[in-house]
Design a protein around this ligand. Structure first.
Ligand SMILES: Nc1ncnc2c1ncn2[C@@H]1O[C@H](COP(=O)(O)OP(=O)(O)O)[C@@H](O)[C@H]1O
Ligand SMILES: [Mg+2]
Length: 265
């Protein structure tokens, strides 16, 4: 069995709601993400936030990233302070890269924000990630010369270089072909093992891929006769023995969990 424990709260949502005019989009969202400790393993956290298209995932994503304020409630970090823009690394669905900067220049800008890097080490760090993510030959290109999957990898490296503990991904698997999707999934897994406090939140409607990478799943859905989406189910994959395993998609318990999620969507 997995040997693990859950420690300090890293991020907490309390009574978060969001409305536009008289339309309630999100209602009473509550959850905590805790630091997971596994003896002998540098283990970050991977949480997926799953829900149908249009349910409010991107809206919640922006609130968690501190980019939008909720209409009610709050999101706080481990120090109890409200999350603010810049606290979290954000990988948007449409990989916003500066069109007028080369990939190298965009990455350099990210690395300069990280107090851990000395100026003279930045080039080496960029080259290291570029190699790992198979982007070496693209460093001098502009974003419009790259494919969607390549741009997404650049977007992920940007967040790795700027050193934030939290990285939020909005629909990281959409619009990718199967081969690229598997690569991105693997990279996300590698990132989660790179630092004890690294916490990745994946917003997705690709249930199987998101769940296969995660230790915890929150399902966003609506309840009958109530407006607004809320967290209908929280699934702790660690306690089910479904976290940190390869080839998990073929396990019967994994398939049962997927069926359970689909039933509440
Ligand atoms: N600025 C806005 N004004 C009014 N409604 C909005 C606004 N932005 C998003 N919405 C609504 O919020 C709901 C959730 O959208 P979104 O979070 O993008 O869904 P998802 O990411 O789950 O597909 C949708 O019904 C959308 O129309
Ligand atoms: Mg969305």
């Amino acid at each position: 069995m997995n040997n693990y424990s859950k420690q300090d709260i890293l991020i907490k949502a309390e009574g978060v709601s969001l409305s536009y005019g008289d339309k309630l989009i999100l209602r009473d969202i509550n959850f905590e993400i805790r630091d997971i400790l596994r003896p002998g393993v540098v283990q970050g956290q991977v949480v997926s936030l799953i829900g149908r298209s249009g349910i409010g995932k991107t809206q919640l994503f922006k609130i968690l990233a501190g980019l939008n304020s909720p209409s009610g409630g709050k999101v706080t970090l481990h120090d109890g302070k409200p999350v603010k823009a810049g606290d979290m690394g954000v990988v948007f669905q449409n990989y916003y890269l500066f069109e007028w900067r080369t990939i190298y220049q965009s990455l350099e800008l990210a690395a300069k924000k990280n107090p851990k890097f000395k100026r003279q080490d930045i080039k080496k760090e960029i080259n290291k990630y570029a190699e790992q993510f198979q982007l070496t030959e693209h460093l001098s290109k502009y974003p419009q010369q790259l494919s969607g999957g390549q741009k997404q990898r650049v977007s992920i490296i940007q967040q790795l270089l700027n050193g934030s503990s939290f990285i939020l991904f909005d629909e990281p698997f959409s619009g990718l072909d199967v081969v690229v999707l598997e690569k991105i999934a693997n990279l996300i897994l590698q990132v989660s093992l790179s630092d004890e406090l690294k916490t990745l939140i994946i917003v997705s409607h690709d249930i199987e891929t998101a769940v296969s990478l995660s230790d915890t799943v929150f399902v966003l859905g609506t309840e009958s006769n109530k407006a607004g989406a809320t967290i209908k189910t929280e699934i702790d994959l660690c306690s089910r023995g479904l976290a940190w395993k390869e080839d998990i998609k073929y396990m019967p318990a994994f398939k049962e969990t997927i069926a359970e999620i689909k039933a509440v969507l």
